[in-house]
Each structure stands twice: as C-alpha cells, then as structure tokens.
Design a protein around this ligand. Structure first.
Ligand code: ZN
Length: 117
C-alpha cells in the first residue's frame, strides 16, 4: 500500500517540521522563461500535488566494482503542480526527494523535534 501513511506525512509537513530541509527548499524553474516558482515544501503544504503510481528503480549498492550489485527499490513519485508566476504556464514536476519513500525516511530519522503519538 504505497499511500499508507500519506496523512501522517502531510501532518508533519504542514506543521512545518521539514521547513528547513534544504532539498525541499529548492525551487523548480519554469521551462519557458527560467523563472523561479515556489519551493517544493510550499507546494506540499498547499496540497498542490498528485501522487503518481509506484515505480521500480534499480539502485546500485555501494561497494567495489567486482561486487557491484543492484537492488530494486520501489518509489512512489509525488508530482508537484507548478504554476509559473511569470508566464502562467503549468507543469508537473517530480524530483528524487519528491517521493513518499524519501519523505517517510526523513520524517523517521531526520527530525528530532517531531513527536510520534
Ligand atoms: Zn513560466
């Protein structure tokens, strides 16, 4: 169940617990004019996103080349619905940090201020 825990993730996001995460503070840029739009975190807070379908990706395990192995990981992309302030164009954007799995992971281990009930 990829969507399991989505509400918990959004609760943490809206509380502002991930506001200082640098990767979530990046701004996507408009393809036409290269103008900056809002930060990823702002789109998440405003619920301006869609959850994509689960994908399998191959991840290289760290190690020496003769032991190189691939591990399969499942990721569920989050697509931000960007609307450019400069030209009004709309786009759907995702990023390695914009997956349910990544958000779950940083919520679990990265934020000491978060209290779990
Ligand atoms: Zn634009």
């Amino acid at each position: 169940m990829p969507l399991e825990g989505l509400e918990d993730i959004l609760r943490v996001v809206k509380r502002g617990s991930l506001d200082r995460n640098p990767r979530l503070n990046r701004r996507p840029t408009c393809k036409k004019r290269g103008r900056e739009a809002g930060r990823f975190i702002e789109y998440l807070k405003a619920s301006e996103f869609e959850i994509g379908s689960e994908e399998r990706i191959a991840v290289v395990e760290p190690g020496y080349y003769w032991t190189l192995t691939y591990r399969e990981e499942r990721v569920t992309p989050i697509y931000i619905k960007m609307k450019c302030v400069a030209c009004g164009c709309e786009d759907k954007i995702t990023d390695p940090v914009l997956t349910l799995e990544y958000l779950r992971r940083i919520i679990k281990c990265g934020e000491p201020r978060v209290i779990y009930a």
